[in-house]
Design a protein around this ligand. Structure first.
Ligand code: OGA
Ligand code: MN
Length: 296
């Protein structure tokens, strides 16, 4: 079998066939998938019944795994999986659906805001890989925004204005937007703002992207209200319908996205009555670090 990729949206999001990612991959297959990611930024693999170990093994072809912040903030005895896997579900370690006022549920609702994973970390993240183990009968789609097309569609004056701007990202900003502030004192260091350039350049393709997320709370050198109003305008531009296809999940889908060039958000579903169990691996950022260090 040879790997083929069919675009699902003009130049964005490809559906991959001809590969079994539950098994070890050849170097050529890894290279083809990386090239597909450079081109489409989001790749969908259907019918891949991954175990946790297989998901981690597949992900490690592309870099080093990063623990999720939610996992780090969960007591070890209450984790459903190892810390290299992010628990993107609505159930607890006893497989019970989380109560409406459960702090972990309320924290996870932040995924419903447009974001890119781990932009609140100094290193950011490269790819995220989300595997659907159990899905609800309706709702719970994930939408993706192509931040390269979003950048390209800005007018020249805006491109000039934003070139060189540096944003402050913190998980506390996105959660505050939903009225959630329940961070333990022990996690203060993890929520301290980090700085990233608003315009990033892809290390392989050289394409520019808007590096935007609901985690942004300020722009260095700007008054906060002016920065937040401007970020809202950019968010509105970025999330116009033509930039944001939705992925409608099937069980055993794996969707992989490049956090440097996309945003995403979860859509609602009946999470009081239906289980949605997704697991995420996340690849630690490296490529943008030099630029970020220079920006900091
Ligand atoms: C994530 C995420 C969206 C979803 O896993 O990083 O934002 O639809 N998930 O669950
Ligand atoms: Mn996410």
């Amino acid at each position: 079998m040879t790997i083929a990729i069919h675009p699902m949206h003009p130049g964005f999001a490809g559906e991959v066939s001809g590969v079994d990612i539950t098994r070890p991959l050849s170097r050529d297959a890894v290279t083809a998938i990386e090239a597909g990611m450079d081109r489409y930024a989001v790749l969908v693999f259907h019918d891949q019944p991954l175990t946790d170990d297989q998901q981690m093994a597949f992900s490690r072809n592309f870099g080093e795994l990063e623990a999720t912040l939610a996992g780090e903030m969960t007591k070890p005895e209450e984790r459903r999986m190892v810390n290299e896997l992010g628990d993107i579900s609505n159930i607890d370690h006893r497989n019970r659906i989380r109560a409406r006022d459960d702090a972990k549920r309320l924290y996870a609702l932040g995924n419903r805001l447009w974001h890119t994973d781990a932009s609140f970390r100094a290193t950011g993240a490269i790819y995220s890989l989300l595997s659907a183990r159990v899905i609800p009968s309706a709702g719970g789609n994930t939408e993706f925004a192509d931040m390269r097309a979003v950048y390209d569609a800005l007018d020249d004056a805006t491109k000039r204005e934003i070139d060189g701007l540096i944003c402050e990202h913190s998980i506390a900003f996105s959660r505050a937007e939903l009225g959630f502030a329940d961070f333990a004192e022990a996690h203060r260091a993890k929520i301290a703002p980090v700085r990233h350039r608003l315009v990033s350049t892809h290390p392989v393709t050289g394409r520019k992207s808007l590096y935007l997320a609901s985690h942004i709370g300020g722009i260095v050198g700007w008054p906060v209200p002016e920065a937040r109003a401007f970020i809202r305008d950019l968010m509105e531009h970025a999330t116009q319908r033509q930039f944001v296809p939705a992925h409608v999940w099937r069980v055993n889908d794996l969707v992989m996205w490049d956090n440097r060039t996309t945003m995403h958000r979860a859509r609602r579903y009946d999470d009081m009555n239906q289980v949605r169990d997704m697991r995420r691996t996340t690849l630690r950022g490296t490529g943008m670090d030099v630029e970020q260090a220079a920006a900091a």
